[in-house]
Design a protein around this ligand. Structure first.
Ligand code: PMV
Length: 319
């Protein structure tokens, strides 16, 4: 049995623009997903994943791994168990965490010795195959963890040294990433000059955001979040609920706030000082949001020695 855990993620800055070649910043959060794999003699693949609603990523990982490493005896039976600490509806990237953890576990169980880069490339290929769109930022975050400055397809994956003090508010609405990426694509096709200008402006904000994170300048980072949010609103991916939570957090003293991820729902994030964290959290709750207790800059995919996953040992609330 090989067991690997991978973290959830939150996009800090640069969503959507990253799909068009601009950089983004993503951080791993300390809510994790655990995948165990074990060869069996049944000749079949048995998947025990009661919390995973969409098994397409799991099936695609196994198919892709078999296709690439068929010589390693993967044609025999395989048992896969998956447990998650977070629901697949909050936007923490359960699909990429599953994909990364499963491929890393398969690589170890079948001793094919994939490098981290091999795992990234394979996992990104799986995500593209199943989802059709995506920059791969979520795959990089699940694999490497920490806080990353990232460019599409892993062209740049640069670890930043600090996490970011944020409050996370969940809207209660699950975002449809594929639909929103499609919406932005249509907008870009209809108004290429305007939308490309927005993308490059977001890219510049990300560069400044990287400096602000490295310099631990919360006030500057907050302002950059707010500017980034204005562009996301222009792209038409914000919602009333997101705007309400963002406004409430700023009124309660956050340095700045924005949506995180594709938009349309999922979470908003606000940069706070330790003194006003509590006030911002209360304001988000009063405005109808759910505060998610997460810390950023969590470790990437790690092997958990001697861990056995069974239905009795589920580690979190069902998705
Ligand atoms: O909805 P999420 O959290 O998966 O974020 C999507 C971010 C996009 O930039 C819109 C798409 C991508 O893959 O980069």
């Amino acid at each position: 049995m090989t067991t690997v855990s991978a973290p959830g993620k939150l996009m800090l800055m640069g969503e959507h623009a990253v799909v068009y070649g601009q950089p983004c910043i993503v951080t791993a959060v300390d809510q994790r997903l655990i995948v165990g794999v074990e060869k069996n003699t049944s000749g079949r693949t048995i998947i025990d994943a009661p919390q995973v609603r969409d098994l397409r990523f799991v099936e695609a990982c196994i198919a892709e791994f078999k296709k690439s490493y068929n010589t390693a005896g993967v044609d025999g039976g395989l048992s896969v168990s998956i447990r998650s600490q977070f629901s697949s509806s909050v936007g923490f990237g359960s699909s990429s965490a599953v994909t990364v953890a499963l491929l890393k576990a398969l690589s170890l169980e079948y001793a094919v010795g994939l490098t981290e880069r091999d795992i990234f490339d394979l996992a990104y290929a799986v995500v593209l195959r199943v989802q059709g769109v995506g920059s791969g930022f979520d795959v990089a975050s699940a694999l490497y963890g920490g806080t990353l400055y990232f460019k599409k397809g892993g062209e740049v994956i640069e670890p930043l040294h600090n996490g970011v003090p944020i409050v996370v508010g969940y809207t209660g609405v699950k975002a449809d990433t594929v639909r929103l990426v499609e919406h932005v694509k249509n907008l870009q096709e209809r108004y290429p000059e305007k939308v490309d200008r927005i993308f490059s402006a977001i890219g510049k904000l990300v560069e400044s955001g990287k400096e602000a994170i490295e310099g631990r300048d919360r006030e500057r980072l907050g302002t950059l979040f707010t500017f980034n949010q204005e562009y996301l609103r222009d792209l038409g991916v914000s919602t009333e609920k997101l705007e309400t939570l963002i406004a409430a957090s700023k009124k309660a003293g956050a340095y700045g706030a924005k949506l995180s991820g594709a938009g349309g729902g999922d979470c908003m994030i606000a940069v706070v000082s330790e003194e006003n964290r509590g006030r911002v959290e209360s304001a988000i709750r009063e405005a109808g949001g759910e505060v998610m207790n997460v810390t950023t800059h969590a470790p990437g995919a790690i092997i958990i020695p001697n861990e056995r996953i069974s239905s009795r040992e589920g580690i979190g609330a069902p998705a």
